[in-house]
Design a protein around this ligand. Structure first.
Ligand code: HEC
Length: 148
């Protein structure tokens, strides 16, 4: 009986580790998987292009806050700094909004996609974004952030 409950506890713990492992450490951004990239392109066009640009070019003067205190949307191409960030951080900004890193009071128009996009769709859209970078930048990013 006693060893049974220890066994159950271990199973439960293992389940948690696997589950949180799923969310926290994916194998990186699946940008070489054509299917996920094209699924991600659809997600991008429907959810992100309006701000980040159809060609990932961002909005003009994206580094300067407007008079209302908001930053314009940055580019996701190689001219921006998306590729300077670890995979998990890009995922978390998309899922929870920049407030996750900048604090709850931080003013931003970047929406949180929790409840609107699944985790898989978020990895897919990041795969599409990474697939658009020049190969040299893709390699730099993969080298800097081999996992997350
Ligand atoms: C309503 C406009 C808007 C939409 C729609 C939008 N974003 Fe953003 N996004 C922003 C702004 C503005 C920022 C800059 C954050 C800030 O305010 O400091 C940003 C920042 C980001 C960043 C951080 C980039 C960096 O270099 O730090 C990521 C990643 C990102 N967005 C992903 C996405 C994805 C993926 C989508 C679609 C699923 C999306 N965004 C849709 C406005 C938008």
């Amino acid at each position: 009986m006693r060893s049974n409950s220890i066994f159950l506890l271990l199973i439960t713990l293992a389940g948690h580790i696997t589950l949180s492992g799923c969310d926290a450490t994916v194998e990186g951004i699946p940008y070489l998987d054509g299917q996920r990239v094209s699924a991600g392109q659809l997600v991008y066009n429907n959810n992100c292009a309006s701000c980040h640009g159809a060609a990932l070019e961002g909005q003009p003067n994206w580094q300067t806050r407007t008079s209302t205190g908001y930053l314009p949307a940055p580019p996701h191409d190689e001219t921006g700094h998306t590729w300077h960030h670890p995979n998990q951080m890009l995922f978390d900004i998309t899922k929870y909004g920049p407030q996750r890193f900048a604090g709850a009071e931080y003013k931003s128009t970047m929406p949180a996609y929790e409840g609107k996009l699944t985790d898989e769709e978020i990895w897919n859209v990041l795969a599409f974004i990474k697939s658009q970078w020049p190969e040299e930048i893709q390699k730099k990013h993969s080298k800097a952030f081999p996992q997350n």
